[in-house]
Design a protein around this ligand. Structure first.
Ligand code: AMP
Length: 211
C-alpha cells in the first residue's frame, strides 16, 4: 500500500523516506527532488518553475500532478510520497489518481515537531553535490566527511535562506496544514513525534507500518 509522509519542511521526511525505501523495498518519490532534477536539466519547464521554488512558493496543482503522474507510472512496488500532497486539492487529485490506476492508499503519517526546531534545522541544513551530479542532504545518513571523501561540493539550497524559510513556513501553515486535517478525518492518519533522534523516529515509523 502507498504511504504518505507529511510534515513541515525540515521535519525529516526525506531522511526517513530514504530509510523506509531501503527497509521496505518500495519507491520513494520526493516531489521536491523531482522538481530540482527538472530545474537542473535546464529544460523549459525547469526554468519556468525555478523562480517559484527558489522563493518558497508552491508550483500549481495542475503542473505538479502532471509531473507526478509520469513518475508514478514508472514506480516499482509500493510508493512513499514525500512532499506530496501539499494542498487539499492535491490530496483529492491523489485519491483520484490512485483509484484510477488501481493503487492502494495506505497510511498517512504526519511527522510533527515544534516550529523553533524546524527553523533551526532548516537554517543549519547543507547539501552535497556529488561529481555524478547526484545531490544528497548532509545528515545522519550522509556526513560532511562522506561528502568530502567522495569529492562532493557542499552548498545551501536557494530556498533555505532566512527569507525563503520564513515564507515556506507561512505557505505550509496556509496551504499544507489543512491537508493534515483532511486526512485526520479520513481515518488513515497517524502522528509521529519528529523531535527525537532519526533512529527513534524511524523505529516509530516501522512500528506503525509493520503493525
Ligand atoms: P521540498 O524539497 O519538499 O521542501 O520541496 C521544495 C520546493 O519544491 C517547495 O518549496 C515547492 O516550491 C516545490 N514543491 C515540492 N513539492 C510540491 C508540491 N507537492 N506541490 C507544489 N510545489 C511543490
Amino acid at each position: 500500500m502507498d504511504i504518505i509522509l507529511m510534515g513541515a519542511p525540515g521535519a525529516g521526511k526525506g531522511t526517513q523516506a530514504e530509510r523506509l525505501q531501503k527497509e521496505l523495498h518500495c519507491t520513494h518519490i520526493s516531489t521536491g527532488d523531482v522538481l530540482r532534477k527538472e530545474m537542473a536539466s535546464g529544460s523549459e519547464l525547469g526554468k519556468e518553475i525555478s523562480a517559484v521554488i527558489n522563493r518558497g512558493d508552491l508550483i500549481s496543482d495542475e503542473m505538479m500532478l502532471s509531473i507526478l503522474k509520469k513518475v508514478v507510472a514508472g514506480a516499482k512496488g509500493d510508493i512513499i510520497f514525500d512532499g506530496f500532497p501539499r494542498t487539499v486539492q492535491q490530496a483529492q487529485m491523489l485519491d483520484n489518481m490512485l483509484a484510477e490506476t488501481g493503487r492502494k492508499p495506505g497510511k498517512v503519517i504526519h511527522i510533527s515537531l515544534p516550529e523553533e526546531v524546524v527553523i533551526a534545522r532548516l537554517s543549519a541544513r547543507k547539501q552535497c553535490k556529488l561529481p555524478s551530479g547526484e545531490t544528497k542532504q548532509i545528515g545522519p545518513d550522509f556526513s560532511l566527511a562522506d561528502c568530502q571523501a567522495q569529492g562532493g561540493e557542499i552548498f545551501t539550497r536557494k530556498d533555505d535562506t532566512p527569507e525563503s524559510i520564513s515564507h515556506r513556513l507561512s505557505v505550509y501553515h496556509k496551504q499544507t496544514a489543512p491537508v493534515v486535517e483532511f486526512y485526520r478525518n479520513a481515518g488513515r492518519f497517524v502522528e509521529v513525534n519528529g523531535d527525537q533522534t532519526p533512529d527513534e523516529v524511524f523505529a516509530d515509523l516501522l512500528k506503525i507500518l509493520k503493525a
